[in-house]
Design a protein. Structure first.
Length: 191
């Protein structure tokens, strides 16, 4: 690890924070095409092929968001970073955090942040929660609108603190996932 890397309990952080302000912008109809372009680049690099999904707010049509495409890659063995790390980093992102159930890659400090890549174990709770949250918002536009209002308010209040902005959404996300689990059972939704 480099000297500017940190360990925080079960989380290892690599590199420096960016201290970028939080901006939530109107939905951009180009986000899905941008995801598809990035997905194709990743799919061309990853051997064997892994599940690649568009997650986060830019994956929900009409939802305002930070203008950052979130991609989730599901792998058979999260601990086997040699299987995926170099391929992911080949598209211009670097490993920022290693957690027990998740690896987080982002564009390096000093470059425009437009992409986050999340890697999780296939079949994991992490994988399911992110896909379920996305699909539930897609199926419930009134809830997506409520989420948008919350995000805009928090971006105004916490513009200079990305971690606080993310943490402040936790209760909404947890309640939405709880409701989404009932919806999944009723509709037969699955990953």
């Amino acid at each position: 690890m480099a000297s500017n890397d940190e360990e925080l309990g079960d989380v290892e952080l690599f590199g420096e924070g960016t201290n970028e302000p939080v901006f939530v912008v109107d939905a951009d109809p180009a986000w899905p095409a941008r995801y598809e372009e990035l997905r194709a680049r990743l799919a061309g690099q990853l051997e064997p092929p892994f599940r690649i999904d568009h997650v986060g707010s830019t994956a929900v049509a009409g939802l305002a968001a930070k203008p950052i495409i979130d991609i989730q890659i599901s792998v058979p063995d999260l601990a086997d970073e040699a299987e995926y790390r170099a391929a992911i980093e080949s598209i211009g992102v670097v490993l920022r955090a290693r957690e027990p159930d998740h690896r987080f890659f982002r564009t390096p400090k000093g470059t425009e942040r437009r992409l986050h890549v999340h890697v999780c174990q296939s079949g994991s709770d992490w994988e399911r929660r992110h896909l379920l949250f996305r699909d539930y918002l897609r199926a419930h536009p009134e809830l997506a609108a409520e989420y948008e209002q919350l995000k805009r308010r928090l971006a105004d209040e916490l513009r200079d603190d990305r971690i606080a902005y993310t943490d402040a959404k936790d209760d909404f996300v947890a309640e939405t996932v709880r409701r989404a689990e009932h919806w999944a059972a009723e509709t037969g939704w699955h990953t």
